[in-house]
Structure formats: structure tokens, C-alpha cells
Design a protein around this ligand. Sequence first.
Ligand code: BES
Ligand code: MN
Ligand code: ZN
Length: 500
Amino acid sequence: MKIAFLKPEPPASGAFVVGVLEDRKLTPAAAALDKKTGGVLTRAMATTRFKGKKDEFLDVVAPKGVPFGRIVLAGLGKLDKLDKASAEKSGGKLVAHLNAVGETLATVSVEQIPGAPINPSDMAAHVAFGAKLRTYRFDKYKTREKEDAKPTLKALNLLVTDVAGARKVHGPLDRVADAIMFARDLVSEPPNVLYPESLAERCKRLTAFGVKVEIFDEKQLEKMGAGALLGVAQGSTRPARMVVMQYNGAPKAKDKRPVAFVGKGVTFDTGGISLKPSAGMEDMKWDMAGSAAVVGTIEALAARHAKVNAIGAIGLVENMPSGAAQRPSDIVKSMSGKTIEVLNTDAEGRLVLADVLWYVQDRFKPKAMFDLATLTGAVIIALGHEYAGIMGNNDDLANKLVAAGNATGEKVWRLPLGEAYDRDIDSPAADVKNIAGNRAAGSIIGGQFLARFVNDVPWMHIDIAGTAWSAKDHAICPKGATAFGVRLLDRLVADNYEES
Ligand code: BES
Ligand code: MN
Ligand code: ZN
């Protein structure tokens, strides 16, 4: 779908989209069109339930006297609730509506609405951002999809007086949208195509944005002492990788220490010898969503030239059962020197992260460190698919994440860590064990395990097992891979770590 910003002028074809506020209050563009068409909009509204509520739509097909094929009334809801987030949602829902009714070209009037708390340039840019994100499709493996099953909308034009202003706001947003789509692609790819080596290869795309991409192979990982990560990988014929991405957007900053993002990249999680049941196992192709969010975040920051130094590091393994696989009760030595008793080979994400977290804090001395991981099924029990769970050692970072979550709609909710939980992972045979041995506080136990491998760097763990994949459509994200974390962390950086 093509998106363009144009000077206000009614279109010659397609759909003309105008806004209506709650209680059928026409925006100036809608009022002008109503007048031009002899009151057809007022009459259409009166014969339906359309009230102008947020994301209600009403189509008026080919009224007399206008060159375009249809008018779409778009409900905007309450005037004082109009903001960037609501504009994004409107854009997304509009795209879904236009595809549902088979429209190919739409022109949206985005003019000043008297009293609105958002200006037209911001409104247009964020409508475009939401619209594009909603168009995401992963259809590369469909070889014979019928034309009428494909989306119809080919172009979306946004009419705005200050075209240059809208484009200026849209530029960086569109870079972020591209990064999100890239991350969604990674999450959507099947595991026969996307495995540690091929995922590492795809990270090279970031070099085009000035990111330094280092790929570590198994030999190097062994030398580095990444025994926890390698233990997970040893059951698979696919060799492990670690990718480190460095973006230096603030080379002259007083404080050059980077913000670091670490991702779990289990390209397929069978559970290993602690094999998962077959029902639903296909979901474990997206057990690398944490790593995709990290790659997407670094791309977003680099592509929009964020003034920050950032590190992305991802641990890539496939967790398979085989004659070479690690056994429950194996003891491995992590990069930190600590030994881990692996009592359940399905609690593998924490083993991978233990080494990558350690490596990143040791090498880069970050001023803050975040990890993203589809770590526990328990976080779905606790928070469902609405919030990601966060845990860590720093109240300030937790609050920053919560704020970024509320601003972007990628919401997070904090869970506690603490001494008593920590006692549950003491091992009789090694320094720590990878499960507590009961089902209590499963997500916290995962976070508590990671905490054993984090020194005094401010750190938060984000468990995205419930939010990485969606079974239903959302306003700016069709069902499937969400790339949860990219918008959250991009915003976190923008609000807290960028120099002005
Ligand atoms: N990748 C899974 C967690 C998961 C479950 C992600 C469902 C997305 C949806 C993780 O590796 C895992 O298997 N965790 C175990 C931990 C347990 C063995 C302590 C779990 O949640 O059951
Ligand atoms: Mn697992
Ligand atoms: Zn896993």
C-alpha cells in the first residue's frame, strides 16, 4: 500500500474519508461535503446507528454530484481524546474497513479540527503509521492465493495543509514501522527457514543503517565460556550463534555508556529431552520473538538516527531432543563461572540469556540493560495477552518502562523479585538450578534466575510470552506476530536516553 501526503483537494476517484466526532458532530471537511452533496451525509447518519463513536464507519456509496465512488464517515469519538495513539488506531481500523469493503484507493481529509488537542501534521503522520502497521501480511509462502482473498487497498492519500510538516513527523515514524515489519517477518518465518545461522545472517541488514553487526559462532562461544547457551544448542544439528549489534548515535555524549537490549532467540523450542506435548508445539517457532524485538529496536533507533548509543545482543539456539541433547540433571558452566544444574531442559531461555546478559554487562558496561524473552507460559496465566511481565533490580527503570508502555499501548506490569524466591533456585549440586521444582510463581522464578547473572547494572527483564503473538486482530496489528517491544523500547529510548 502506497501512502502519500497531499494538499487538500477532493479526490477524483476512490473513497473520500472524512471525520465525524461523537454525537454526529461533523468535522469541517465532513460539513463541507455534506453541504456539497445536498445533505446526504446527515441523512445517511440519521437512517443508521452511526454516532461518530471512535472507529465506527459508515459508507455512503456514489452520491450524485461527486466524482469519487464513495464517502466514508470515520467516527473519531470524543474531541478531547484525540491524540497520537488514537490517530494510529484510527489509521489501522480505517485500513481494515477499506479492505473489508473492497476499496482500492482512499483519500483522507486530515484538517484542523477546532479544539482538538492534536495538530493536523501529527494526526496525518500517526494515521499513516497506524495504517501501514495494519497492512502487515506474511504471505510469501502462499503461491496460489485468489485475488479476492488479497487486500484491495493500494493507496492511501492524506490531505493536509502543511504537507512538509506532516512528512517531517512521518519520516522517523515510518522507519520505526519498517523495523516493526522486519521484526514481524522474523517472528513469522517457519523454523526450517529461520534457525540460528539464518537469523544471524538476516541481522546483517542492519549494517545498511550504520550498525556494526558481529556474529559469534560455536567455536568462539566455546572460547568465551558460554556453556549455558551451548548446552541448550547441543541437541540440535543447527549450530548456535550470538549476534552483537552496536549502534553509536551519540559518539560525542558526555556519558557514552550504551543502553543494552538482550533477546532470547530460541528458533524452535521442542523442550528438548523434557519434551513438550505435541499440541500447540508449533507456537514455539516464535520462541525467538525476544531476539526479533531486539533486532527491530536497534534498526528503529539506527534508521531514525536516534541520538543514543545502543547495544543489541541475541542468543540464538534451537532446543531439540537427540542423542546429543543435554539431560535433566546435567550441570553446565556458564560464562559467569557459575555452574547451573539443568533440571528441566525446557527452561532453556534463561540458560541462553544467562550467558548473553553476562557477556553484555561485562563487555559494554551499559548504563541500563533490558532483556526480552518469551520466557514462561506462566506469564500468560498471570497477565494474559494484555501486559508483558517485567521484573528487575531498579525501580526507576521499571517506572520508565511502565510509562513507555502506557504511551505506546505495549503495556507492561511489574512482578516482584526477592530473597525468598531466590532460595527456591539454590541447587544441592551446583551454584543454581534452572527451575524451582514446583509451579509457584513461574515467571518470577525465571526472572530470579536471570538476576543471578546480572551484577549491579540497572536491569529489567521483560517476559513477552503472552504478547509476542496474537490470536486476534488489533487496530494496528493483524493477528500473528506483533513485534511487541519495538515500539515500547523505541519510545523508552526517545523519552529517557536521547540527547536533545
Ligand atoms: N518458550 C517457553 C515459554 C512459552 C510458553 C512461550 C508458551 C510462549 C508460550 C519456555 O522455554 C518454557 O518452556 N518455559 C517453561 C518453563 C518451565 C519448564 C519452568 C514453561 O513455561 O512451562
Ligand atoms: Mn522451553
Ligand atoms: Zn522457550
